[in-house]
Design a protein around this ligand. Sequence first.
Ligand SMILES: Cc1ncc(COP(=O)(O)O)c(C=O)c1O
Length: 397
Amino acid sequence: MKPISKIAENIAPSSTLALDAQAKALAETGKPVLSFCAGEPDFPTPRAVKDAAIRAIEENKTKYTPSAGILTLREAICTRLFEDTGVSYKPNQIVVASGAKHSIFIALQAIVNPGDEVALPAPYWVTYAEAVRQAGGTPVFVQTREEDNFLISAKALEAAITAKTKALILNNPSNPTGMMYSEPQLREIADIAQKHDLYVLSDEIYYRLTYGKVPFVSFAALSQDAYDRTITINGVSKSYAMTGWRIGYSASSPKLAAIQSNYLSHSTSAPSTVSQWAAAAALSLPEVQAESEQMREEFLKRRDFAVARVNTINGLSCKTPDGAFYIMINITRQLGRTLGGRKIATADDFCAALLDTALVAAVPGTAFGIDGYVRFSYAAAMDDIEQGLSRIEKFLS
Ligand SMILES: Cc1ncc(COP(=O)(O)O)c(C=O)c1O
């Protein structure tokens, strides 16, 4: 047989989804596994959203839609973005896709040519590097340090830029670190983007899940220049507990939006019609905003508990993240030890031993381009977080 596509062959499977699946498979054998791998809220989708979807089905809103999404949803997105971030878009700048992951894929297809480089702060969300490669581009990692809250500086970014650099991917608040850029930090990055004429893919999917210390600023809000060069990525998965509905979106210039819409029209045609109506309800109903806020408050309680508890465990530490629902646990003091009968040389070894011995699943930092750390998702019930961290403490002792 002739060789298959080189691009496809080189795509790595999603390690976070794979680990979660491994933990679920173990749980199915009857083992009391606690998984802190997945990036999804443990809350149910709000009742009013489910009702809107049921109504859409009853009203036979079950046909094809425009490829960029129904107008009602694109209007709801514009209103929500304006109310929450102050950035003004028109519906012809919004393209709805089957999840923010899909929006990122489409956006990169729209701007990357084979051979282009895309700057990516590390640690990074696993999908970015693969989505850049799927577009024929090369991810160029800009390494960050815990001392700098895992945030890139303008200087480090500029050092990574070459004549081939086409774009920068920013994730604010960040998965996997939960850290956020302040407005002055964003302004310095925007200056570099302008100087080197870079597109900025600003993934802001966790923007409603922030905990106060660093106010959230949308990249496109910084200046007219930033607005023009930014493709903002967002979606309903995280803030409205709607991961399975698969609705994400991008907001960009009308020209870029049209290109993304064309691309969609020949792939999925458009996201599921019923999910689009559900997302329109999620973004526009006041009671759903209130419910989303209650989820944020619950995440905040869990974050505070988890951060304090991790820092009481001998040999572990973590910083306090400003948003999302992840903490990066520093395990560097465990490297070189033998735990659960296994020599721990990397975060992968640590996570494998932790799952085998303590039945606790968490994602090694290596999946995000950094060793010596483990990503712990606190999008889990408080009892599970308490029990999971106690098991980790016991595992280490
Ligand atoms: C940073 C980031 N962007 C995008 C996504 C994808 O979200 P969606 O479920 O809308 O595809 C995730 C999900 O884990 C994420 O963490």
